[in-house]
Every structure is written in C-alpha cells, then in structure tokens.
Design a binder for this molecule. Sequence first.
Ligand SMILES: Nc1ncnc2c1ncn2[C@@H]1O[C@H](COP(=O)(O)OP(=O)(O)OP(=O)(O)O)[C@@H](O)[C@H]1O
Ligand SMILES: [Mg+2]
Length: 259
Amino acid sequence: MTAAPVASREAVLETRGLTKAFGGLVAVNAVSLRFLERQPHAIIGPNGAGKSTLVNLLTAHMRPSEGQILCRGVDITRLPAHKMPGLGIGRSYQKTNVFPSFSCFENVRLAAQSRLSTSMRFFRPASSLRDTNAHADEALELCGLSARRHRVAGTMSYGEQRQLEIGMVLATAPQILVLDEPLAGMGVEESELMVALLKDLARRYTLILIEHDMDAVFSIAEVLTVMVNGTMLESGPVEQVRASQAVQDAYLGDGGEVF
Ligand SMILES: Nc1ncnc2c1ncn2[C@@H]1O[C@H](COP(=O)(O)OP(=O)(O)OP(=O)(O)O)[C@@H](O)[C@H]1O
Ligand SMILES: [Mg+2]
C-alpha cells in the first residue's frame, strides 16, 4: 500500500513547530507533522529521542513550550487532557496501565464511562448505561478479549493485559489512536497477535504508533517519522524514509542492519 499525496487528504491531527523543553533539555524540538485520516503513521527513534514526550503533547498530558496542535484544523493546543476523548483522541501508555483487580469487562467499562461528560453523570438515563456496556463489549470484541470478559485482569498474561489496555482506549470511542510502544516487553507469539490486532485497527482508526520493533513498524505503517534528540530527522512514506541516507547514518549508526 502506498501513501497518498499529503495535500489530498485531511490532517486529523497536526503539529506546527511543536517544542517541549525540560529546563535546558529540549525533548521535542520544533516538530511539524501531519497525521492523515486512517494512514498508519509510526514514529521511531532511539531511547530519549522524545517520542513519549510527543505523545504526551499530542494528548494534552503535557503543555508545549512552543508551537501548536490542530485537530481537524482546530487549534487544540491549550485544551486540557480530559477533553481529548471528546475530540476522538485516545492513547495508551508505554507502561501497562490496567486495573489488575478488576475484570476485563470492568476495566473497559470504566474507560467507556470516562467518555461521559461530568454534567451528565447524575442524570444518566438507563439507556446511557446500556450504551456504556455495549461500548465496553464492543471494545472487548475489537481487542480480541471477548472470551476473557470475566477474567481478573491481573491474572492474565502480560500480552493479554496489553491487549486489554488497547481495549480500554477503544472503549472511549476514539477516531485517533496514539499507542506508545504496545509491543514493549512482549514475546514472539504475543507480538504476532498484537501486530495482527494493530493492522486490523489501522483500517478502522487513524493509528499513530510509537514502536521500537522494526518488523512491526514495517508491516503496519504507511508513513514513518524518525526522531533523534528531539528533532524530526525524516518523515514520509516508509520506503522513502527507509532509504534515506540521513536515517541510515544517524539512526542506524555504523552500518547497523536494523532496517
Ligand atoms: N517529565 C520530564 N522531566 C524532565 N525530563 C524529561 C521528562 N520526560 C522526558 N524527559 C527527558 O526528555 C527526553 C525524551 O524523553 P522521552 O521519554 O520522550 O523519550 P522516548 O523517545 O520516548 O524514549 P524511549 O524510547 O526510551 O521511551 C529524555 O532525555 C528524557 O529524560
Ligand atoms: Mg518513550
């Protein structure tokens, strides 16, 4: 599958000169990126490149020092994190983030409930509770855990817990999925299952994927952005970025065979 020309598709999310400094350390440095509707986009880079910081900025978990974030053309730079699900922006974390003593269903239902606005909570009609449960069941189905509905999350395998985490994001009815290293710490079989899941999700959602696993990146992403030391080294169709000399030199080091 080849990436469509950038100008012909709407950017669902866009950064303009996005910068985040922690004191003297510029973790994200003037990054301008366009994430297009349902075009799976992977962001790679060595440890400390600024990938998670970029995720935190995109999902309003951190405020940028400079620059802008636009969602479908609307400036959302100053919006608080709790508004993100309402905009269709869902995220997962680099470290597992499930409630271990709750069942799978309870985990996804909690996530689905978080979508309801605070003002509605006390007057919630029974139909909206039914909606929440339906959303939760749908999310379990999408993340492949329907058969584990009543299983206590903490007793499942690590891979299943990471699947559940994605289910929790899906339960917030997102359009954009920002996933921070969903394959981290997984074994070969668990990774294969997760890659299949991510490929499926990439057809339904706009997937922004932070990942170190290159095989996974190449089998899922259409667009690849390489970050090094907070700056964007290269961004474009996967094959083009893969062939770039700057990427080969800076990211791969001395003739490394990562690609
Ligand atoms: N809250 C913070 N306060 C101070 N420095 C931070 C903070 N968060 C991140 N950093 C620093 O910013 C830089 C980028 O970190 P970040 O976590 O974004 O990298 P990353 O690309 O996600 O790395 P990894 O691949 O290891 O997850 C690092 O030098 C890190 O130490
Ligand atoms: Mg990170």
